[in-house]
Design a binder for this molecule. Structure first.
Ligand code: NI
Length: 402
């Protein structure tokens, strides 16, 4: 098949030889998934393929947690504790602009976040672990639906993931085009931010724009709210506690000479600490209500907490870093990178169990398309690397000779 294993990974990378030998097959699996992307909770083909492959490895996949979730259990050669390894299955609702042979066959759907690669790497690791069983304990491989805004991770936990597949620790990874291929980033504590969404409706009294004194103008009130919300992060929060408040939509009005009866604002809040999150939710309500009171307007605030922050626990971050060092070399493991203000619903699994979520470098210089870009494609050269990380992590967490 035509794929180039170049853009070569650095010489420091030590992938597991048996996995490296399967590289062409893994590329085939990954490109097939890429060509057939499915959206959250509708990953029927993907879920079926994953279950079929797992059954082919001699495992007994369980299908149906959170609709399309798949879990399989692998027992090591000796008894011991249990861990869970998680990949995500879903694609994004967007059009792909790539023109290569494995580009999406479906308009409006695209694997623009590399979950095709995540699924393939965990499958490759499951096959290897099922063959070697070179660990003491149990590994659950978890394929979750609907990571892209659908909170499939939360639904799996709510539907009893850790009761049905008990695990003391849980691990996740995401490909990271901003990090050079051959590096792995491991955060202790915050890795990804909490994600909240808000919608504010400001109700006034509309009418002729030439007689504003007879009206209550929601546009002026809305503009004051947008400006005042900028002070939450800069004046209310501790400057050492990072957070973002972005107003992303301001809708209202149709004509040059009509003041509309209402406007609507939308936006998102990102934070790490519970203190910042609480202060921002309360601050948005307070500022909105007080400005509206001053202008005789009626506010309605819909504030929704979507994802908690992705917080790695220290002991599990150290285990992940040790496993990563075995694959990419200790000097290529980044422990001190700042976290991302993006969100990740693996956070729900990390709230249920201690664990660690790492970034797998897939960058190839400035030409690398970022995540969620219409020209994004998962870096095939990283497939054996990510699969080797999962295997080394299992061996590190569940050593046969502790
Ligand atoms: Ni993603």
């Amino acid at each position: 098949m035509s794929f180039s294993p170049a853009p070569a990974l650095p010489a420091t990378v030590e992938v597991i030889p048996a996995i490296a030998a399967d590289h062409a097959e893994l590329v085939e699996w990954r490109r097939d998934l890429h060509a057939h992307p499915e959206l959250g909770y509708a990953e029927h083909r993907t879920s079926r393929l994953v279950a079929e492959r797992l059954a082919g490895f001699g495992l007994e996949p369980d299908v149906g947690l959170a609709e399309t979730g798949v879990v399989a259990t692998i027992h090591g050669r000796a008894p011991g504790p249990a861990i869970a390894l998680r990949a995500d299955l879903d694609a994004l609702p967007m059009n792909e602009e790539n023109t290569f042979a494995h580009a999406s066959k479906h308009g409006g759907r695209m694997h623009a976040c590399g979950h095709d690669g995540h699924t393939t790497m965990l499958l490759a690791a499951a096959r290897h672990l099922a063959k070697t069983r070179d660990f003491a304990g149990t590994v659950h491989v978890v394929f979750q639906p609907a990571e892209e805004g659908g909170a499939g991770g939360r639904v799996m936990v709510e539907q009893g993931l850790f009761e049905r597949f008990p695990a003391e620790r849980v691990f996740g990874l995401h490909n990271w085009p901003a990090l050079p291929a051959g590096r792995i980033a491991v955060h202790t504590g915050p890795a990804m931010a909490a994600v909240d969404l808000f919608t504010i409706t400001v109700e006034g009294r509309g009418g002729h724009a030439a007689m504003p004194h007879q009206l209550r103008d929601p546009i002026v009130g809305g503009a004051h709210i947008v400006t005042a919300l900028q002070t939450l992060v800069s004046r209310i929060l501790d400057p050492t506690d990072p957070a973002v408040v972005s107003v992303t939509a301001f809708n209202g009005g149709t004509a040059h000479n009509v003041i509309p009866p209402r406007i609507e604002l939308k936006g998102t809040v990102r934070s790490f600490s519970a203190k910042a999150r609480d202060a921002l939710e309360a601050g948005i309500a307070r500022i909105t209500r007080q400005i509206c009171a001053g202008f005789e307007l009626e506010p309605q605030i819909d504030y929704r907490r979507v994802y908690p922050a992705t917080l790695n626990t220290a002991a599990e971050a150290d285990l992940a870093a040790r496993a990563a060092a075995r694959v990419v070399g200790a000097a290529q493991v980044d422990r001190g990178l700042p976290p991302s203000m993006g969100g990740e619903d693996f956070a729900f699994m990390l709230h249920a169990r201690p664990g660690c979520y790492v970034w797998l470098g897939t960058g190839q210089g400035p030409a690398t398309a970022p995540l969620h870009h219409p020209r994004f494609d998962f870096l095939d050269a990283a497939l054996p690397l990510g699969a080797s990380y999962w295997v080394r992590l299992t061996e590190t967490c569940l050593p046969c000779d502790p």
